[in-house]
Design a protein around this ligand. Sequence first.
Ligand code: ATP
Ligand code: LTN
Length: 334
Amino acid sequence: MSQNERKKIIFSGIQPTGVFTLGNYLGAIKNWRELQDDYNCIFSVVDLHAITVRQDSAELRKRILDSVALLLACGIDPEKSILFVQSQNPAHAELSWVLSCYTQFGELSRMTQFKDKSAKHADNINAGLFTYPVLMAADILLYKTDMVPVGIDQKQHLELARNIAERFNNIYGNVFTVPEPYIPKVSAKIMSLSDPTKKMSKSDDNQNAYITLLDDKDTIIRKFKRAVTDSDTTVCYKEGKDGINNLMSIYSAVSGKSFSEIEKEFEGKGYGDFKLAVGECVADNLAPIREEFIKLSSDKAYLTEICKNGAEMAQRFSKRTLEKVYHKVGFAKF
Ligand code: ATP
Ligand code: LTN
């Protein structure tokens, strides 16, 4: 890359709604770590998004700092990337308001995450849950983001962010960069271990449905042993074998082996052997993250420093976009 060519910009976020799962890791965070050398990366713990579902205040405060520690433990390097907590840069909420006036009710009504979360939290279908994708668009568009590494569940939100950006640009000229998704091939959607037709999610009520990045080896192996599969006996990737397909995707993403290599490895062996191998491989992969988290999470002063610096940089980088937007829509400046 020539000196004049600017590095492309990456933005992504994760909600501090629980301990990150293997799904979060394989669908998003692993890519974040790998992209840091070649892109200007900005990663955020999106606490504004988290309160669209009712949270306990003390618990949320703890989870935010734990999330920062866990991202650092996963290899997000504050020397290379900007790591910050979303609420600490007011520009996100400010741009979100403006963009909500350029987003249609009908568009938001079609969002499948809104439909799923409304069904799950029928007693709290708040306006923030509905406008959640507008805030996500603001997150992305503030930083002139070129690429957004996410799991496939976020593709629809990203499509909406692109539409909002294009709509705004059509009215006011070239204000926003239109972002592209960056979605992994094998692990774009890791499924729940107890119901392989559902996404693995950190806020699932059933702890056996997900592996967290902080589970110990015994817990990981136990959860994989209990994973729901089928009544067949061969380890092969086939339609209708959701549970086995999911375990094969996990094993492939973690070990680097292809599906045909995995099928060969377990020829003539049963599901029990396969589940144990997946469990051991995942546990060995996650062990260094867990160890690093234990070290980092007790160093509150260090974590606070990272958050302060990150917020300052995020504010600095997003200031110009917000000013431009305010000017374009006709706000007076005094
Ligand atoms: P919640 O359960 O609170 O809704 P979540 O586990 O779905 O949370 P998010 O914070 O919403 O996680 O997502 C963070 C990132 O992880 C996003 O890029 C999302 O696409 C990705 N992701 C989440 N779950 C999975 C999964 N099961 N497989 C692959 N990627 C995932
Ligand atoms: N909505 C995302 C989290 C998120 C995000 C973002 C992801 C919030 N803002 C910006 C990418 C870019 C989710 O995972 N549920």
